[in-house]
Write a protein that binds this ligand. Sequence first.
Ligand code: HEC
Length: 185
Amino acid sequence: MTSRISFVILALVVVGYLSVNSQTTGTFNGFQYVDKTGNIRKPADFRDHYELLGTWWVADPTGNQMHMTYASPGAAEYYRKNGKFADGTVMVKEIMKTDHAQMTTGDAHWASGDIQWFVMVKDDKNRFPNNPLWDKGWGWALFKADAPDKQVATAFKTDCMSCHIPAQSTDWVYVQGYPVLKSAK
Ligand code: HEC
């Protein structure tokens, strides 16, 4: 009897540990893409495993663009519950060329070719104070289609900041474009 009870308790402890562990290390594990000095790699599997937060269509006379923002698994649910992004959350904004045609829906535009990827990694702990690509609670990175694994940004202040100031009050993220950060009606 006692041994059965202790087995049940042990089983509960193990299950509890596994579920907490999958939340803390399994889900918000963006630092697996960051080396000791803060160099960021692009997550190779984001199309397989990441969540789509939202899409922007940008009309540009030199070529229209489609921007798709993906986030690491669990990012939207955590944001809906806590009103902020979890430490270790990764965002990938994929920028693509577009095509368009008259289709049965109307003048339809669709994404048709890679241009570049912007990556952000949430950092609550100011882990890399001497790395210019870590600032304002995020790590910032850029990868271009001609060398998709080569990080080419040099500093947040020169390469990213001025364009993200309008989103400063929402932790530098353009949350208005991401419907899944709110609960469905
Ligand atoms: C030309 C202005 C501009 C520059 C430069 C820029 N961004 Fe952005 N970024 C935006 C805008 C505007 C959005 C959202 C709307 C859109 O994509 O059109 C955005 C969105 C993003 C997103 C999706 C999450 C979010 O904030 O909505 C990521 C990730 C991102 N940018 C990373 C970066 C990084 C990293 C850099 C620097 C290496 C950078 N950006 C430089 C303007 C810019």
